[in-house]
Ligand binder design. Structure first.
Ligand SMILES: CCCCCCCC/C=C\CCCCCCCC(=O)N[C@@H](CO[C@@H]1OC[C@@H](O)[C@H](O)[C@H]1O)[C@H](O)/C=C/CCCCCCCCCCCCC
Ligand SMILES: O=c1ccn([C@@H]2O[C@H](COP(=O)(O)OP(=O)(O)O)[C@@H](O)[C@H]2O)c(=O)[nH]1
Length: 411
């Protein structure tokens, strides 16, 4: 599948430049972790010189939609794509099934914003096992611009989000992704999501991005909002070549990286804004992702537990008790308190200000997430069958997916 490159790779010079840039951007991310810089870096928006508009890279935005169960925020979220201030883009809505209620929403929005280049495709094309790829395939075939943005249905965009992403697509870069985060929403499940994406997830995401910047070729790209060079994907046959994988995002990035292109995290985090948030749905989503990571990158099986606060706390307290004769419980509590304080700071950075809930709610949600992480991991290892929307899959080591004929409940 991965044939030798036909498109020119970035030059040596661009490569060195890429390194300088990636180190720059990651020291920016590290900088953002320090208190004095914390509100300046992660959210620092990049402007794009729009003077020479003919030279601006066009973007084809693929929006895969599965409208059942219906998301009450779908209309609001989709409309933010019609109001982007980027000068050259098209919207390609890919709707999985005939009769889907999201068809009506898309039609209404297209009527309301006739000046925006938008079209929709229904039914997808079966090119592989991954239903999201199958759904996006007709949209991808119709895409006419040089950049393709895969953007999940639950995302809300600010006016300048696309501009910010394209500004990170420098000549040596092949893929720009947004770090997943959440919009401010009401209810405890929404708080829990924000705490998870703003602490544990953000920490690993930025850390892995940093390792990549140091040339370790680590890839943590999440496909919920992911801008790519179409010509590079086309060399491999387009997105259909990735239909054999369930985690198409990881393999997009791996492939593009393997061709010598850089990966960047844009400065604005992705704003997930699904209208229905439930603890059960959140836990099953994290379990699904964990199963994917274990099958794709088997050493996460060992590394992931060792990156968790509670597991490290138990080990460190034991070491402290043996080596320093420290009191086990005091050591563990001190470790947990320090970690939670660091996570509170992290959350404030990612949120770009104080989060919309109290410190008490933070502590409860943080404890719940840290403790549930252990159960999620054990569950993921115990039962590797992956349920995604209405379908079930099994993953072979390496990430190739196979459908499993089990009826699953919709979360
Ligand atoms: C002491 C060393 C510590 C290193 C510890 C590393 C442990 C890694 C721990 C956490 C990894 C966090 C990675 C962040 C991504 C998490 C989200 C995720 O799992 N997403 C997957 C699924 O995404 C959806 O899939 C369906 C798709 O349609 C949707 O649109 C997607 O959103 C996604 O596929 C995952 C991609 C990234 C996998 C990262 C693998 C981590 C590799 C770690 C390697 C560590 C090397 C260390 C070397 C020193
Ligand atoms: O069978 C499917 C499952 C998902 N999706 C799309 O893939 C994206 C991610 O889906 P989901 O939110 O379920 O994934 P998660 O972010 O939880 O991994 C969304 O835009 C969905 O509409 C799709 O087109 N077909």
């Amino acid at each position: 599948m991965h044939a030798p490159p036909a498109v020119a790779k970035p030059s040596e010079h661009a490569h060195k430049h890429a390194h300088k840039h990636s180190v720059d951007s990651c020291s920016t991310l590290l900088g953002s972790l320090t208190l004095d810089n914390r509100y300046r870096k992660l959210h620092r928006r990049r402007a794009l010189p729009m003077d020479g508009e003919p030279g601006v890279m066009g973007v084809s935005i693929l929006k895969p939609l599965v409208g059942t169960p219906m998301d009450p925020n779908l209309m609001t979220n989709l409309e933010t794509f019609f109001t982007l201030n980027y000068p050259k883009f098209e919207l390609l809505f890919c709707i999985q099934e005939e009769g889907d209620p999201s068809i009506m929403i898309v039609q209404q929005l297209m009527k309301k914003h006739p000046h925006v280049d938008a079209s929709y495709f229904i039914g997808g094309v079966e090119v592989g096992v991954n239903p999201k790829i199958n759904n996006m395939q007709p949209g991808y075939l119709a895409a006419k611009h040089e950049l393709v943005l895969v953007s999940d249905s639950g995302l809300l965009m600010k006016e300048d989000t696309l501009t910010d992403m394209v500004a990170h697509m420098t000549p040596d870069v092949g893929i720009v992704h947004q770090m997943p985060f959440t919009c401010d929403r009401k209810g405890w499940p929404a708080i829990l999501e924000k705490v998870y994406f703003g602490t544990s997830h953000a920490r690993m995401y930025l850390f892995l991005g940093l390792l990549d910047a140091f040339g370790l070729r680590v890839n943590c790209c999440t496909g919920m909002s992911c801008l790519m060079r179409k010509k590079v994907l086309d060399e491999d046959g387009g997105i259909s070549a990735f239909g054999v994988y369930l985690a198409e995002d990881y393999f997009f990035a791996k492939y593009i990286q393997g061709r010598g292109w850089g990966i960047r995290i844009s400065s604005q985090p992705a704003c997930q804004n699904a209208g229905t948030t439930r603890v059960k749905g959140f836990l099953s989503r994290l379990t699904r992702w964990c199963k994917l990571r274990i099958a794709m990158v088997p050493h996460t099986l060992f590394l992931e537990p060792l990156s968790e606060c509670m597991v490290l706390g138990l080990i460190a307290s034991w070491a402290g008790a043996v080596l320093l004769r420290a009191d086990y419980l005091t050591f563990f509590l001190f470790h947990t308190l320090t970690w939670s304080l660091a996570d509170w700071i992290m959350l404030n950075i990612v949120q770009n200000g104080p989060p919309p809930f109290s410190k008490f709610e933070f502590v409860i949600s943080w404890l719940f997430r840290e403790i549930s992480a252990i159960f999620i991991f054990v569950h993921a290892v115990w039962n590797p069958v992956i349920s995604w929307r209405h379908k079930s899959f099994k993953l072979r080591w390496g990430g190739i997916a196979e459908p499993v004929n089990t009826k699953v409940a919709v979360m």
